[in-house]
Design a protein around this ligand. Structure first.
Ligand code: CA
Length: 220
């Protein structure tokens, strides 16, 4: 999002800053053995189904639907969808099929976030982070999925994506939400060069220094 627009939205973002932005400070997901999160309106499929989505593979273009999923565990294959709900169904292997249509509404709902974490724990369909074009989890999105959670220490690199420009997502990210015990570092240049944010958990605004500048990502 343009910085001029961000200035207009800053008061609103400040107001919303305290809402449901989960601290990931412990790095490890909050897991209570045997407990079930209250899922409410977030529908969980009774049996996990494969995403079954064709992939654009190694020849990606700027996505039309602009709600995309990149599978970090399978050659970084990207699949794009026309709605956020479809993308989340893909990222969770079909477990969450009716995510709220507006990503911002979904991410401010603790039940949605619990369902994402639950999909990882129960089905091995983890999401490292969901990245957004606008601040406050708005606009187009790209979710990164894996088959393992991140390890606790941030001294290692659990996953990485070297070139967002190659898949139409370079210089766009303004906010992000982390899951699966992952922290994410945003880099100014491809292959992890230039300025970086360092590993951080959820941010409803990435900050002026890196807004619309991210070209590569690492998770730990
Ligand atoms: Ca790690």
């Amino acid at each position: 999002m343009r910085r001029s627009m961000m200035k207009m939205l800053l008061p609103a973002l400040t107001m919303l800053g305290g809402l449901c932005i989960a601290s990931n400070a412990s790095a490890a997901p909050s897991v209570r053995p045997g407990s079930q999160p209250a899922l409410g309106d977030v529908q969980i499929a009774p049996t996990p189904g494969g995403a079954g989505q064709p992939s654009t593979g190694s020849a990606p273009k700027a996505p039309a639907g602009r709600h995309c999923v990149v599978d970090l565990s399978h050659d970084n294959a990207m699949t794009c969808h026309g709605s956020f709900a479809e993308a989340i169904a893909d990222a969770t292997g079909g477990r969450i099929t009716n995510a709220p249509g507006k990503p911002g509404d979904a991410l401010r709902d603790p039940r949605f976030n619990a369902a994402i974490e639950d999909a990882g724990r129960r089905d091995g369909q983890y999401v490292t982070s969901i990245e957004f074009v606008d601040g406050n989890f708005g606009g187009q999105s790209v979710a990164f999925s894996t088959d393992h959670a991140c390890t606790g220490p941030t001294s290692d690199v659990d996953y990485e994506y070297p070139n967002l420009h190659a898949i139409g997502w370079g210089d766009l990210i303004s906010s992000y939400r982390t899951y699966s015990g992952c922290w994410v570092s945003h880099f100014e240049h491809t292959t992890f060069g230039g300025t970086s944010t360092g590993y951080q958990s959820t941010r409803n605004y990435i900050g002026n220094a890196m807004n619309d500048l991210t070209s590569s990502l690492r998770w730990s």
